[in-house]
Design a protein around this ligand. Structure first.
Ligand code: PMT
Length: 400
């Protein structure tokens, strides 16, 4: 979604300006053309040279720079932008944008652009909560500016409050989401499950598995970046919830089933990437079980088969974590669970499966055709899976 796009990164005079270097760096690494526009005060916090070195592109800090290669700099930048992101944005710049003051290159460029504008404020909590700033923020929101943060936390002044700059992942997440608007999944609702479920033995012990949630989260983000409305039903994980996605936390297979049931009504696609426990203790001990005997026997019972239980008119995608006979076993699951697609996950391959960033999968369709993919980053796997889902959606809507 980001590759080949032009992001104009506006940097203003906040102590958080140095964090914009990381944003520029991560966007550049994702293949984005990042043109940085700085206010004069921002240059007091970070040198334009830092951004130039990171992006490999010229940095604009002066409206009247005679050496600029651009013809009328602010207009050229305004036209080139796929999205403008002002991060960090001070109260001053927010006020100027809200009232149309155009006394520097950044504000002129924003006034001249038709591209969507993302704003990540960073300031003292009292400044942010001041009714004047609040009025300016809501005026900009009404005009379609997209805000990310600020967050509650410790501020430079030492006090805690609402004013902290959002983190790089969140800001890039919102930029991706804005770029994805009107994408191939616009108006589609996709429900994704991720992570492992936990089944309680007693109040402190659980039966679970090694799923980190990375595969499911990558799918949720990739669907969001294609413009979909995404509901992510997630087992306990250490991952940060993706921005622009409705995340529902669950713990047990039963809770995941209930969450899928209520999210799926009216949805177009269900992707079950979660590693759902197949068995749970028949009873959960009320108190922590004491170490008494030399051993302990637990009686287990089956958990509900979520894919088996949830019925409806939506595209059904399952995953199959297999350690042997990958394609045969996965195809059997595809038929048994009446799926449109199954992603057979080779969990024996190095760098593939649980916990890692990459995955090696074979995608099998209802017609039995299998496409084996090499070891890829989970983000790339997510895109390959969604390419297939996109085809199924096109066929389905052609028929209607
Ligand atoms: O989370 P990561 O660390 O990134 O790891 C990713 C992954 C290995 C967990 C993921 O790629 C994966 O393979 N997920 C499915 C794991 C699994 O439970 O496979 P299964 O073969 O046991 O189940 C088949 C399908 O039925 C799955 O879509 C599963 O979500 C679903 N299922 C399973 C049990 C159950 N009670 N209800 C279900 O709906």
């Amino acid at each position: 979604m980001l590759e080949g796009k032009t992001v104009i990164l506006g940097v203003t005079g906040s102590i958080a300006a140095y964090k914009a270097v990381d944003i520029a760096s991560q966007l550049s690494r994702a293949g984005v053309k990042v043109d940085v526009v700085m206010t004069e005060k921002a240059t007091r916090f970070v040198s334009p040279l830092s951004f130039r070195a990171i992006t490999g592109r010229s940095v604009t800090a002066d409206m009247f720079d005679a050496s600029s290669e651009l013809n009328v700099t602010h207009i050229a930048l305004a036209r080139a932008a796929d999205v403008v992101a002002i991060a960090p944005a001070t109260a001053n710049v927010i006020a100027k944008l809200a009232t149309g003051i155009a006394d520097d290159v950044l504000c002129c460029m924003v006034l001249a652009t038709n591209a969507p504008v993302v704003i990540a404020p960073a300031m003292d909590a009292n400044m942010y909560e001041n009714p004047v700033t609040q009025e300016n923020v809501s005026r900009l929101k009404k005009r379609g500016f997209v805000f990310v943060g600020p967050k509650f936390g410790k501020l430079v002044s030492g006090v805690e409050g609402l004013g902290r700059f959002a983190n790089t992942v969140e800001i890039i997440g919102v930029i991706s989401q804005v770029l994805g608007r009107g994408g191939s999944f616009a108006d589609r609702h996709i429900v994704v499950t991720a992570g492992g479920t936990q089944e309680f033995i007693d109040p402190v012990r659980v039966i679970t598995n090694r799923s980190s949630g990375k595969m499911g989260y990558a799918l949720a983000e990739a669907a969001r970046d294609r413009g979909a409305k995404v509901t992510l039903i997630t087992g306990p994980t250490l991952l940060t919830r993706p921005v622009g996605v409705e995340a529902i936390d669950v713990c047990t297979a039963e809770e995941m089933l209930q969450a899928v049931r209520s999210a799926i009504s009216g949805a177009d696609v269900l992707v079950m990437a979660a590693a759902v426990a197949d068995y749970r203790p028949r009873t959960k001990a009320k108190e922590k079980i004491k170490k008494e005997g030399a051993g302990l026997t637990l009686e287990l019972e089956r958990t509900p088969d979520i894919l088996g239980e949830v019925k409806g008119d939506f595209i059904r995608v399952g995953f199959a974590a297999e350690s042997e006979n990958l394609v045969e076993n996965a195809t059997r699951k595809l038929r048994r669970k009446n799926l449109d697609l199954i992603v057979a996950n080779d969990i024996t391959a190095k760098g593939s499966g649980f916990g890692v960033d990459s995955n090696r999968v074979t995608i099998i369709g209802k017609d039995g055709k299998a496409e084996s993919l090499p070891l890829l980053h989970k983000k790339e796997v997510a895109d390959k899976v969604l390419d297939k889902v996109a085809k199924l959606l096109t066929e389905r809507y052609k028929e209607r």
